[in-house]
Ligand binder design. Structure first.
Ligand code: S3P
Length: 428
């Protein structure tokens, strides 16, 4: 349970924790690499630590001196794990690692917590089987635990992904490192592109043609480099929304990743009338970053959020829904049925929590409609074991009349262990 005193304004400067997607990929690609990788500003959250532990179990020498993570990669071929690999709550870990294990000539079993074991894996198992891997799972191969019997070499694939999913795209590209045959993935709209960008930085040939990503001739990773992980826009989102809705706020979020496949929330904030500016833009480790200054914004307007922007803000929708309660008019979120298979069914959990605290909201099959300018009375809500639901409703707490009590907040550790500490710091 979590309760904080009625909020004052959010003030000051905050560097939220590092990007989760990039931290996972730094460990994974660093492990398949022939060379020495140093990762600076690695996100030491439960999800990313599960990825790190998994690669240690696969025989990779990874050192953590508390500041820098050093990965001494020996190349693509890993060691058969001596035990089941437990990936906790992390969908990115299990799906991307499945791609890598598909190309290994050994047997491995992947599992996770009770939430991960309910998340669909057929989206990666179907294309990976087509490439030649043997993958078993519960309910006809759909759910973890997954058993993977890999094979080298795999076959190539031309995969038209039914979803704009970076996890699906990445699993196929990573498996594609274990074949010389053509490998291409086309997605219906562009999902985050960190895997393809980082593969290129490691020396792999990647060709991008609109929504199609293909692997070229060189599929070996050979680099000695430092990866400096920027701050996660998905974590910054909670504070951007908080500063926009709490009167008197003025908050700077430093070093935030501004990769265009991730900045859908900034486009929406602009359309809704949030007052913010992006300063000090620069490139770090191949990613565009900057400092985002957000000030309290009156006269927010409801908007429709649909189509190609959805994958660019998919993880931010719970907190965007909280923002929408403060806008004039309706906010309609559509084309977001993927939310139903995230860490919780985020359409259901957002709608039920918003109703519990006095918002007017209607559930759609693929999204929700939020009536704005409702005074949030407050009440008791649950995280449903989902980190982003927990944090979104702690932000709702700041603008509620009687407070919001969020039950079961341990899950915040999956992506943002310092969340409460950081919130207290900017509220001080
Ligand atoms: C992620 C991709 C997204 C996102 C998840 C992280 C990644 O999922 O929701 O939190 O790091 O690849 P999908 O793109 O698979 O839907």
């Amino acid at each position: 349970m979590f309760e904080i005193k009625p909020a004052g304004a959010l003030k000051g400067v905050l560097r939220v924790p590092s990007d989760k997607s990039i931290s996972h990929r730094a460990i994974m690609l660093g492990s398949l690499n022939k060379g020495l990788i140093k990762v600076k500003n690695f996100l030491r959250s439960e999800d990313c630590m599960n990825t790190l532990k998994a690669f240690r179990m696969l025989g990779v020498d990874i050192e953590d001196d508390g500041e820098i993570i050093t990965i001494k990669g020996k190349g693509k071929f890993l060691k058969e794990p001596f035990d089941i690999i437990d990936l906790g709550n992390s969908g990115t870990s299990i799906r991307l690692i499945s791609g890598i294990l598909s190309g290994q000539n050994f047997y491995s079993v992947l599992t996770g917590d009770k939430y991960l074991r309910k998340r669909p894996m057929d989206r990666i198992a179907i294309p990976l089987r087509r490439m030649g891997a043997t993958i078993y799972g519960r309910e006809n191969g759909k759910y973890p635990p997954l058993t993977i019997v890999g094979k080298y070499p795999l076959s190539g694939i031309f995969y038209e992904s039914p979803k704009a999913s970076a996890q699906v795209k990445s699993a196929i590209l990573l498996a594609g490192l274990f074949t010389d045959e053509p490998v291409s993935v086309i997605e219906p709209s562009k999902s985050r592109d960190h895997t393809e960008k980082m593969l290129e930085a490691f020396g792999v040939d990647v060709e991008i043609d609109g929504l199609k990503v293909s692997l070229g001739k060189n599929r070996e990773l050979e680099a000695d480099m430092e990866i400096d992980v920027p701050a996660d826009i998905s974590s910054a989102a909670f504070f951007m929304v908080a500063a926009a809705v709490v009167p008197g706020s003025e908050l700077v979020l430093k070093d935030v990743i501004l990769n265009p496949t991730r900045t859908g929330i900034l486009d929406v904030m602009k359309r809704m009338g949030v007052k913010f500016s992006v300063e000090n833009e620069r490139e770090v480790s191949g990613e565009w970053i900057g400092d985002i200054k957000v000030v309290y914004s009156e006269n927010l307007k409801g908007v429709t959020i649909e189509g190609d922007i959805i994958p660019r803000l998919i993880d931010e929708i719970p907190v965007i829904a909280v923002l929408a309660t403060q806008a004039e008019g309706e906010t309609v979120i559509k084309d977001a049925s993927e939310l139903r298979v995230k860490e919780s069914d985020r359409i259901k959990t957002v709608v039920s929590n918003l109703k519990n605290i006095g918002a007017e909201v209607e559930e759609l099959e693929d999204g929700m409609v939020i009536k704005g300018k409702t005074k949030l009375k407050g009440g008791k809500v649950s995280s449903f074991g989902d980190h982003r639901i927990a944090m979104s409703f702690m932000i709702a707490r700041l603008i509620s009349e009687n407070g919001v009590i969020v039950d079961d907040i341990e899950c915040i550790n999956t992506s943002y262990p310092e969340f409460i500490e950081n919130l207290k710091k900017v509220l001080a």
